[in-house]
Design a protein around this ligand. Structure first.
Ligand SMILES: *[C@@H]1O[C@H](CO)[C@@H](O)[C@H](O)[C@H]1NC(C)=O
Length: 468
C-alpha cells in the first residue's frame, strides 16, 4: 500500500495486520520529529483504509465489526488525527437510510406505472369494442371488402410498423404504401396487374399499366418483380448528339404499340393514322423548328419568352404533356432544366424523352403535380390543356399549376384549343388566376375550315408576387 511502497500487499485485511505491527514498532520512538511526520502520514493512510474497509465490507453487509480479523476499527485511536470514524459511520448510516427510501419510492413508482399501463390496456380494449359497434366502421370494413382479391396487392398496401419505431419526422410509427382508390373499381385489371411471381420477371404488360393509370388507378402499386428489359438496349448517345437522334429500335419494348419500329412511328402522319403527336418522333421534321423561328400572335419563341424575365431567372420548370421532349431539349440550350410529363399513348414517349437526355415523368394530367408550392420558374403546356378536359378539372389543374409556380414564375399556355363560344368559359377562368399578361393572343385555327369556329389561345402569364 501507499505507506510502504515496497509492499506488494493489496488487500485491506492484510494492510490492517501490517498496521498493527507498525503500531507496536513505533511505540518507542515518539520523540523523533521526522518520524512523527511519517507517523502522521501513516495514520492518514490507515484512516483511509479503515473508512474504505467500513464502506465496502462490514458497512454494506450490515456488520458492525470485522470478526474475521479479530479486530475492531472502533478500537483505533483515530481521534489523534482529527478524524472521527463515528461521524463517518453516522453519515454512512444516513446515506444507507436515504438509499433505502429511494428504493422504496422506486418500487412504488414501478407499481404506479404497471397500474397505469393496465388501465391504458383496458381503455384501448374498450375503445376498440366501441369502434366495432360504431356504424361508421362499416365504411372501413366495406373498403376491405372492395379490395381486389389479390394477396400481393394486400401485401403491398398493408400498413407496416417502422423497424426503428416512432419517427418524429413522419409523426408516425407506421409506413403506408398508397394506391389510388380508383384501383378498387378496376378489380379485374388490378388483380391481373398484381398477378406475377414475386422475385420473377414481370409480365410484359405496359398497356395494362397505362390502362389502369388512365382509369384513375394512380399511383400504381409497386411490384416485386423484375421489369422487362428491351431485347437489345444500347447505351444512350452523349449530349448533344442524343438531343436530336432517337434511340435504336432494340432499346424499346414494343409490345404495347401497333408500331414495332421508329420507322413506323415516323411515317404515321403520311399514313393518316389517328394518334396524338403524330409526327413528334420525327426529329428531322416539324419538331426541329418549334419555338425557334416562327413567331406570331400564337407561336412565341423560347428566346422572346425568356427575355420577358430578368436574365437567368428562369432555370427550372415543367412541360405538361410534352410529347417527345423537344421543349425540354430546346430549353436545355438556355440552361433551363425542364421535366416533361408524358404518357406512352401509341408510342414509347417516355423512353424517347429519356434517350434525348431530358427528364420524363410518367403520369396523367389527373394527378396532383409532384412538386412543392412556389418552386418552379416556368410551366409550359402546348395543345394539352384544352377543351377536352372537363371544366372543373381544368380549373383544378390551373390552380395546381399556380401552386407549384414560384411568385413571378410564368405560365406559358401554348396553343390552348377551344371553340369560339367556349372562350366565354376559358378566358374568365384564366383571368381568375390574377396573373399579369406578358403575352396574350387569341386566333382562329383554320386548317379544318372557319365554320368549325376552332380557336387557339396563347399566353405568357406571370404569377403575382403577392395575393391580397
Ligand atoms: C443491337 O443494337 C445495335 C445497336 O443499335 C445494332 O448494331 C445491332 O445490330 C443490334 N443487334 C440485334 C441482334 O438486333
Amino acid at each position: 500500500m501507499a505507506f510502504d511502497p515496497a509492499s506488494k500487499q493489496h488487500e485491506g485485511g492484510k494492510a490492517f495486520r501490517n498496521l498493527d505491527n507498525s503500531w507496536k514498532a513505533l511505540d518507542g520512538i515518539k520523540n523523533s520529529r521526522g518520524l512523527y511526520q511519517k507517523l502522521v502520514l501513516l495514520f492518514l493512510v490507515v484512516g483511509i483504509n479503515i473508512v474504505a474497509f467500513y464502506a465496502f465490507s462490514s458497512f454494506l453487509k450490515g456488520q458492525e465489526k470485522d470478526s474475521r480479523h479479530g479486530y475492531s476499527p472502533d478500537q483505533l485511536e483515530l481521534k489523534q488525527l482529527g478524524i472521527s470514524s463515528n461521524i463517518l459511520i453516522v453519515k454512512l448510516g444516513q446515506i444507507k437510510e436515504e438509499l433505502r427510501n429511494t428504493q422504496e419510492q422506486l418500487q412504488m413508482a414501478r407499481e404506479d406505472l404497471r397500474n397505469t399501463l393496465d388501465q391504458l390496456g383496458d381503455l384501448t380494449r374498450a375503445h376498440l369494442t366501441a369502434l366495432q359497434s360504431d356504424p361508421n366502421l362499416e365504411k372501413l370494413s366495406g373498403f376491405e371488402n372492395r379490395m381486389p382479391d389479390s394477396a400481393e396487392l394486400l401485401t403491398y398496401i398493408e400498413p407496416r410498423k417502422l423497424p426503428l419505431g416512432w419517427n418524429p419526422s413522419l409523426n408516425s410509427d407506421t409506413m403506408t404504401s398508397s394506391v389510388g382508390h380508383r384501383c378498387l373499381e378496376q378489380k379485374e385489371d388490378i388483380k391481373r396487374f398484381m398477378d406475377y411471381a414475386v422475385g420473377g420477371v414481370c409480365p410484359d404488360d405496359e398497356a395494362l399499366a397505362q390502362k389502369l393509370l388512365l382509369a384513375g388507378c394512380e399511383p400504381l402499386p409497386r411490384r416485386r418483380c423484375f421489369a422487362h428489359i428491351p431485347s437489345n438496349f444500347s447505351e444512350p448517345y452523349p449530349i448533344p448528339r442524343c438531343h436530336w437522334e432517337g434511340p435504336p429500335d432494340g432499346s424499346i419494348v414494343w409490345t404495347a404499340y401497333d408500331c414495332k419500329s421508329f420507322e413506323c412511328l415516323n411515317t404515321r402522319a403520311k399514313r393518316k393514322i389517328f394518334a396524338d403527336c403524330l409526327d413528334c418522333f420525327d426529329l428531322n421534321g416539324r419538331e426541329k423548328n418549334r419555338w425557334l423561328f416562327e413567331s406570331n400572335q400564337l407561336a412565341y419563341t423560347i428566346q422572346e419568352v425568356l427575355d420577358l424575365k430578368p436574365t437567368g431567372s428562369i432555370r427550372i420548370g415543367l412541360d405538361i404533356g410534352g410529347g417527345t421532349g423537344s421543349f425540354a431539349v430546346r430549353m436545355r440550350e438556355h440552361d433551363v432544366t425542364i421535366v416533361t410529363t408524358s404518357l406512352n399513348l401509341g408510342g414509347p414517349f417516355n423512353n424517347f424523352i429519356a434517350q434525348r437526355g431530358v427528364l420524363p415523368f410518367f403520369m396523367t394530367i389527373a394527378q396532383r403535380l409532384p412538386f412543392f408550392d412556389n418552386t418552379l420558374d416556368i410551366v409550359h403546356s402546348m395543345h394539352v390543356l384544352s377543351n377536352w378536359i372537363p371544366t372543373e378539372t381544368l380549373e383544378f389543374i390551373l390552380m395546381d399549376i399556380n401552386r407549384v409556380l414560384r411568385p413571378g414564375g410564368i405560365l406559358w399556355l401554348d396553343h390552348f384549343f377551344c371553340l369560339r363560344p367556349q372562350l366565354d368559359i376559358y378566358v374568365p377562368m384564366i383571368k381568375r388566376l390574377g396573373y399579369k399578361k406578358l403575352k396574350w393572343g387569341v386566333g382562329e385555327k383554320l386548317d379544318r375550315g372557319r365554320e368549325l369556329q376552332e380557336m387557339y389561345v396563347s399566353a405568357v402569364l406571370e404569377k403575382p408576387l403577392k395575393r391580397s
